[in-house]
Design a binder for this molecule. Structure first.
Ligand code: FAD
Length: 484
């Protein structure tokens, strides 16, 4: 097929892959492609990239650049104001078109709209695509055209109405413009930390498209068949661990969906509970983007307005103890230390630690969301916001506020033998499973035999759960009274 003359810019963002990349496929219709990544993080007014995300991004860009070089092309790296950079590249490289995949939070929607207008003023073709969602936020609406607020209703409508696009394979590649001159190196972006807190990340993660695809295949081959049970057990490798790969677009949900449909048939007719549950989790991801798109303020403000009057505590010391995994609740401390050391935390434990911060400690959910934003390799404004608002009871289809997790019971149920706790809280490793969930209740002799001195080698509980539960219910009452 004859290619269009001139150069197309492929603007990579959170779509760091070559396969099933609609914007890249559009750019491939041109004689030359200029693959570009522009780091504008210093210009971010809010939600500047967190430390763990920067780590991932560095390695994902290295991987993308390597794949491009294997195709005899390259990735141009630029830094600073995005639109100024694009204008500069446009005049430098005989650019005729620019393509990108859409991002859905307000920050990007506004600036992308402006970029499109500006490019068209410059006489360029400027087009954006859906690269990252199974359904875009305006595709699944109620009959009155308003958004669904309940997940199950959204899921049912999605299954009935949404058509998931076919994965597009990318054949061949186009050369770089002849006068291509690399500018910055990825290393110059300074994404890696100066203080080496990231050492352990290398044992857990291998960012990049190749690994992402391998992870998908390995999960679908070996582990999806026990997903429904295993997904709640933090000590098991029971979930796909694809969240950072999905966040950075190293794999698209369409690729996963297509593989599922190929193996099990259209989702509406699948009866296998493991497959249905996994598909539902993927749609929770879409639903999170959906909510943030329709209610862009919810990254900072509760969706349910009455929660603006919730009497939170300003407990800096408590917040720090939670962040450092020093609350005296082993399951909480295990989760928070897993997060710090690996940049990830199991979903069940995310719910437990979030509930503890919000309800046992009465610390605003926004503080937790900020910490997760900085420390998660999969930090994602849509999913993080949804996860925190869901736990706080202030979001769409949220867990009611009065459903307060008892951290000890959660721990006994989902980490019965305390294996997860012992992995991340080694000072408790010699304590028997009978006491591991609540060391404060262990007889003195047991503690001594396990080498534990409470308050010294392991903290005493930061707050007593039964007291905290009553306090939380009183706080809820205060909020509800203000509503009247
Ligand atoms: P799997 O169980 O294998 O699920 C497959 C995929 O479905 C995930 O990779 C993810 O993309 C999506 N998914 C699964 N559960 C959810 C969910 N509850 N909400 C939205 N998408 C989901 N997820 C993030 O990707 N980024 C975040 O910043 C984030 N913050 C969270 C904060 C809190 C307080 C809570 C309770 C949850 C948060 N989640 C977040 C959702 C969930 O914990 C992670 O997506 C999941 O643990 C990732 O592990 P996995 O890939 O093995 O998931």
């Amino acid at each position: 097929m004859k290619k269009n003359a001139g150069t197309a810019i492929m603007l990579f963002r959170r779509d760091l892959r070559l396969v099933d990349n609609p914007a890249l496929n559009a750019a491939l219709q041109f004689e030359n492609i200029l693959p570009v990544y522009i780091d504008s993080s210093a210009q971010a007014k809010d939600w500047a990239l967190g430390g763990a995300s920067r780590w991932w991004l560095h390695h994902s860009l290295i991987s993308l650049q390597k794949s491009l070089r294997e195709k005899s092309t390259d990735l141009l790296i630029a830094q600073g104001d995005r639109d100024q950079n694009i204008e500069k590249l446009t005049s430098q490289y005989d650019v005729k078109a620019i393509f990108w995949n859409r991002l859905y939070d307000a920050r990007f929607l506004e600036s992308d709209k402006k970029l499109k207008i500006r490019c068209r003023e410059l006489g360029l073709i400027a087009e954006s695509f859906n690269g990252s969602l199974l359904a875009e936020p305006w595709q699944v609406l109620k009959s009155d055209k308003t958004p669904y607020m309940v997940y199950t209703a959204y899921w049912n409508a999605f299954v009935k109405t949404a058509t998931v696009r076919q994965v597009e394979t990318q054949k061949g590649f186009c050369p770089l413009p002849k006068n291509f001159k690399p500018d910055l190196k990825i290393e110059n972006l300074g994404f890696l930390p100066r203080i080496k807190w990231d050492r352990e990340f290398y044992d857990h993660w291998h960012p990049g498209e190749q690994t992402a695809l391998k992870c998908v295949d390995e999960f679908l081959e070996n582990r999806i068949s026990s997903y429904d049970n295993d997904r709640n057990i933090p000590n098991k490798n029971g979930t796909s661990r694809l969240s950072p790969h999905l966040h950075f677009g190293e794999v698209s949900p369409h690729q996963i969906w297509q593989k599922i449909v190929k193996k099990y048939g259209p989702i509406a007719s699948v009866k296998d509970k493991d497959v249905v549950q996994y598909s539902k989790e993927l749609i929770w991801r879409d639903f999170s983007y959906y909510l943030l798109f329709h209610f862009p303020q919810i990254d900072r403000k509760p969706l349910r307005k009455e929660y603006e009057n919730f009497p939170w505590l300003n407990d800096k010391k408590g917040l720090q103890a939670w962040q450092r995994g020093q609350t005296g609740y082993p399951i909480i401390d295990a989760g928070m230390r897993e997060l710090w050391r690996t940049g990830w935390m199991h979903n069940r434990v995310r719910m437990i630690v979030a509930s503890f911060l919000i309800k046992d400690m009465l610390i605003p959910w926004q503080k937790g969301a900020e910490w997760f934003w900085d420390t998660l390799v999969d930090a994602d404004l849509a999913s993080n916001t949804q996860g925190w608002q869901w736990t706080a009871g202030s979001g769409a289809d949220a867990a009611p506020y009065f459903r307060i997790f008892n951290p000890t019971l959660q721990s006994e149920k989902f980490d019965t033998l305390g294996q997860y706790i012992k992995k991340w809280v080694p000072e408790l490793e010699n304590l028997g499973s009978e006491w591991i969930h609540e060391p404060g209740e262990a007889p003195e002799a047991e503690l001594r035999a396990a080498g534990i001195i409470l308050g010294k080698t392991y903290p005493l509980p930061i707050v007593e759960h039964q007291f905290a539960k009553i306090r939380a219910m009183k706080a809820l009452k205060v909020m509800n009274e203000k509503k009247k």
